[in-house]
Design a protein around this ligand. Structure first.
Ligand SMILES: [Fe+2]
Length: 551
């Protein structure tokens, strides 16, 4: 069965293709359109489809629209109710429902040859749930924690033999995701986008409003929860995008973050019991990208194993909807489901750009040598990642031992200086340096850095002594593992800084040309593209000290 999954309704439009029980391709529209998050997260943009991502998924599978057995759309307009009756203050919400109803016709226009009758509506949270529960083998409890779907914000369920039983859903307006979005907006950040900045900010604050939030946000003991209206301005002044971040802002972030963790733990415990005590919990929904809360559920919750869908946000519902309609599980073994180029294609791109490139004996060793000399490496390898994290395919790498690395990387990327940067480590070296969930191949948990390592890898140790680690296994990521091993040989450090290959406000690099454009416009010392190396000094001359790079 060949099913194209489509996410279009709220934000992060994406497409995924499942064929014969295998995930052939999955990608977010932003990587093609170069518009961050694909579109604005507003009702009047709900008609916009992931046209480019969908066309590429078909091409990657060698299919035409008429070859599909179904198109799975991750929202079911027949379940919707008007916003006022859901307690939402959103006068344009009906546009979403109108556009969703017409999605079959829109899709048939975007993908000529598609029969609109092939389009199936999948309830939004069933799509999130499937993206998690059908991505692991065996039975699991599943928890979807989201901003909103048609009428709910959460789903607790259990997968047995690939079939979902829903145990509880929490109706709107009560929503942990919308609570976090409101806070994000109040702190002057972009909602449905910058929630991870609020999570980072929280570690700078004291949760002094926690008693109040324990009152305002309550787990009901029945698997659901309530969220009262919150007078944010009474707690801390609203901040504008370029306004100063104060202690009150950090304290507010810390208070909401801590309460979120407590409620998520309660929900996880309830789901465990109601599901009959399975060993595994799977999670999806935008709130499941909160890696601090995920780490607490893994450490303090009742499950042996917690698995979070790397594309936990709405982009992942493209995959989930496709799996749900295909009625198949497909073990998720890599997030590298996007576009890739052969070595010959990469070489042709380098030639066309007129860049002086080399093919060293080992690109991994070459990158490690530059990193050991405190250079910054743009690392473009294999297929691009599905979901918001760079996982060693479209990554910007740097030395973790230099306290200045964080400032340099945030400068290269034009990001706020409080934003932490994350480490990758070979899985076999993890336990020496970090505590917490391992393996952690998708950066969805925070880990404590062991005290005697904190001074050795200051660039990746956050102010609270934690790091958001990606573990790397040589079987699945041989070139990254080799680079890490070589770097350790040079420096004694088994850790490298890994951040996404992009500059401020732009989606992650997807194509070779975008990688070269970034290389030419940021103080990056080496472009490692497939097996090829482009050294900045040879291409453009040395980086001046004022640009923040190393020669
Ligand atoms: Fe969602």
């Amino acid at each position: 069965m060949r099913v194209l999954g489509i996410n279009a309704i709220f934000h992060d439009p994406a497409a995924a293709l499942v064929a014969d029980g295998r995930v052939v391709a999955a990608a977010e529209e932003e990587r093609f359109s170069r518009r961050k998050h694909g579109k604005r997260p507003v009702p009047y943009a709900a008609w916009e489809l992931p046209e480019l991502a969908a066309a590429w998924c078909l091409e990657a599978a060698g299919l035409r629209p008429g070859d599909l057995d179904a198109v799975a759309y991750s929202f079911d307009p027949s379940l919707s109710r008007d916003a006022a009756s859901l307690g939402l203050d959103d006068p344009w919400d009906h546009l979403r429902v109108d556009y969703a109803r017409r999605a079959p016709q829109f899709l048939a226009a975007a993908l000529p040859g598609l029969d609109p009758d092939q389009v199936r509506f999948v309830p939004h949270h069933v799509a999130h749930a499937a993206s998690a529960g059908l991505s692991v083998t065996g039975d699991s409890a599943v928890l979807v924690l989201d901003g909103r779907g048609e009428v709910a914000s959460h789903l607790a369920g259990v997968y047995r033999d690939g079939e979902l039983s829903v145990l509880h859903t929490q109706e709107l307006p009560h929503s942990l995701g919308l609570l976090y979005e409101e806070l994000t907006r109040h702190l002057g950040f972009l909602h449905s986008s910058d929630e991870y900045k609020v999570m980072a900010l929280a570690s700078y604050g004291r949760p002094r409003f926690l008693p109040m939030f324990r009152d305002l946000v309550r787990a009901g003991g029945d698997g659901g929860f309530t969220v009262d209206r919150i007078d944010w301005a009474a707690l801390a002044k609203a901040r504008t995008a370029d306004g100063e971040l104060t202690e009150a802002h950090a304290d507010l972030a810390a208070s909401v973050q801590t309460r979120l963790e407590e409620v998520m733990l309660d929900l996880a415990r309830w789901t465990h019991d109601a599901a009959g005590g399975p060993a595994t919990l799977t999670m999806a929904g935008g709130t499941a990208l909160n890696c601090v809360a995920n780490a607490r559920i893994a450490a303090e919750g009742p499950f042996d194993r917690v698995w979070v869908q790397p594309a936990a946000g709405d982009s992942g519902t493209a995959l989930g909807a496709a799996l749900a309609v295909a009625g198949t599980g497909a073990e998720f073994t890599t997030a590298a489901l996007g576009r890739g180029w052969s070595d010959a294609e990469l070489e042709a791109e380098l030639r066309r750009a007129g860049l002086p490139y080399e093919r060293p004996a080992s690109i991994a060793a070459e990158a490690a040598r530059v990193l050991a000399g405190n250079g910054i490496v743009a690392w473009f390898q294999g297929r691009s990642e599905y979901g918001p994290r760079a996982l060693g395919h479209r990554s910007l790498l740097a030395h973790p031992g230099d306290p200045e690395t964080q400032r340099r990387m945030n400068d290269v990327k034009g990001r706020e200086q409080f934003r932490p940067i994350a480490p990758m480590v070979r899985a076999e070296r993890f336990a020496d340096i970090f505590e917490g969930v391992c393996p952690s191949p998708y950066m969805l948990f925070v880990h404590r850095v062991r005290p005697h390592w904190r001074d050795r890898i200051p660039a990746v140790t956050h102010v609270d002594g934690t790091a958001r680690v990606q573990t790397v296994h040589p079987d699945t990521e041989p070139r990254v593992a080799e680079m890490l091993a070589e770097f350790e040989r040079h420096t004694g450090l088994p850790v490298v800084v890994n951040t996404s290959l992009n500059t401020a406000g732009r989606p992650m690099v997807d194509t070779p040309r975008e990688a070269m454009e970034l290389f030419g416009s940021a103080p990056v010392d080496l472009l490692a593209m497939g097996p090829f190396a482009v050294h900045r000094g040879r291409a453009f001359g040395p980086v001046p000290a004022s640009a923040g790079g190393a020669a």
